[in-house]
Design a protein around this ligand. Structure first.
Ligand code: NAD
Ligand code: DAU
Length: 355
């Protein structure tokens, strides 16, 4: 059995948490291929600087020559694909990068991995896996009374982001069906936790609250998301990699449906307790309703019973325990936060929320 895995997008939020957890628990080497877009952050991996089992390579999943060289040199037993453009609002402002990385990039990754896999000796070919990390957003939106998304739910993506992820899932499926590539796909709900880039709701609200800024709620704030602590997602991916059935997809979710307003109030209450405002006012006073996201999906909810029934995975954190850890992490990690609050990030805030 080869003792190396190749992770793409391992300097991002989920990929970074995955690499840190993997190296803490396994003996295997991780080759970490990441383009370091605005969302990639080597500070997340700073604790691995002296770890000889972490090999970081800056590069694009669409670069076939680079991938061929990395696969030949390191001969991984698995590839886990986290690399993507991941932010819905950015996909609305500019979908081009989403088409390029999420669709064309995934195609190039599949072709590179197929070429490598086809040449492996029989036993290694049989053991090899490509795990593609995807999202619940490919299923579209739910009404208030609808059953949560199962793996059988029709693909109905509504944003440029979710359409590009849906396309990547279809490519992965086709490469299994047509070429026999040994793939696994996971479709997960909203993650939160340490190292989350503050363009997304939870870290944005924590940092805006602490900075005395407004807490922007799109539309009426009654949109529902199904929140999963990022370490639980990483555990699910490890489980699917170890025991998932080839060609199958697995939905991953936390059974934690919350409206956006409930999430923001939970964060405000924790901050009131852990770092009260100097003027004694509640952080919820900073809530401000802003223009809604175009095409905003109303509700996501995941039916994660297949993963529990077939592979024995269940989330360890409740929303209450996970959000407390997350708020505490942001209070304790000024250095990481200062590192991501660059000029480019400030430009994004102006583009999205105005001056
Ligand atoms: P992220 O935006 O935080 O990180 C993405 C990483 O991919 C960054 O480090 C970036 O530099 C890298 N990257 C982007 N384009 C690349 C390219 N062409 N080549 C190589 N690297 C590239 O995203 P995330 O939130 O960590 O999401 C990781 C994956 O999980 C994505 O595929 C996303 O669709 C999926 N997902 C995310 C969530 C969530 O709630 N964040 C939920 C379900 C699924
Ligand atoms: O469902 C999984 C998806 O979750 C992932 O595939 C995406 O990569 C990830 O970004 C996330 O998408 P969302 O659009 O659900 O996450 P975001 O944090 O951007 O927004 C969460 C909800 O909060 C959504 O209903 C929009 C709302 N929102 C967001 C921001 C940034 C606000 O009301 N105000 C805000 O300022």
């Amino acid at each position: 059995m080869r003792m190396t895995i190749l992770v793409t997008g391992g300097a991002g939020f989920i990929g970074g948490n995955f690499v840190l957890d993997w190296l803490a628990a396994h003996e295997e080497t991780v080759v970490n291929l990441d383009k370091l877009t605005y969302a990639g952050n080597l500070q997340t991996l700073a604790g691995l600087r002296d770890n000889p089992r972490h090999l970081f390579v800056q590069g694009d999943i669409g670069d076939r020559a680079l991938l061929a060289a990395l696969l030949q040199q390191h001969r991984p037993r698995a590839v886990i694909n986290f690399a993507a453009e991941s932010h819905v609002d950015r996909s609305i402002h500019g979908p081009g990068d989403f088409i390029q990385t999420n669709i064309v990039g995934t195609f190039n990754l599949l072709e590179s991995v197929r070429a490598y896999w086809q040449e492996l000796p029989d036993a290694e070919q049989a053991a090899f896996r490509l795990l593609h990390v995807s999202t619940d957003e490919v299923y579209g939106t739910l009404g208030a009374a609808d059953a949560p998304f199962s793996e059988q739910h029709r693909y109905e993506p509504n944003s440029p982001y979710s359409a590009s992820k849906a396309a990547s899932d279809h490519l992965v499926r086709a490469w299994h069906h047509t070429y026999g590539l040994p793939v696994l796909t996971t479709n997960c709900s909203n993650n939160y936790g340490p190292y989350h880039f503050p363009e997304k709701l939870i870290p944005l609200v924590i940092l805006n609250a602490l900075a005395g800024k407004t807490l922007p709620i799109y539309g009426d704030g009654q949109q529902v998301r199904d929140w999963l602590y990022v370490k639980d997602h990483c555990a699910a991916i490890r489980r699917v990699l170890a025991a998932g059935q080839l060609g199958e997809t697995y939905n991953v979710g936390g059974w934690n449906e919350k409206t956006n307003l409930e999430v923001v109030h939970a964060i405000c209450s924790l901050l009131d307790e852990l770092r009260p405002r100097a003027d004694g006012q509640p952080y919820a006073a900073q809530i401000s309703y802003v223009q809604d996201r175009p095409g905003h999906d109303r509700r996501y909810a995941i039916d994660a019973r297949k993963l529990e029934r077939e592979l024995g995975w269940k989330p360890a954190e409740t929303f209450a325990s996970g959000i407390r850890k997350t708020v505490q992490w942001y209070l304790d990690n000024d250095e990481w936060i200062n590192g991501v609050s660059s000029g480019q990030y400030r430009d994004w805030l102006t583009t999205q929320y105005g001056a």
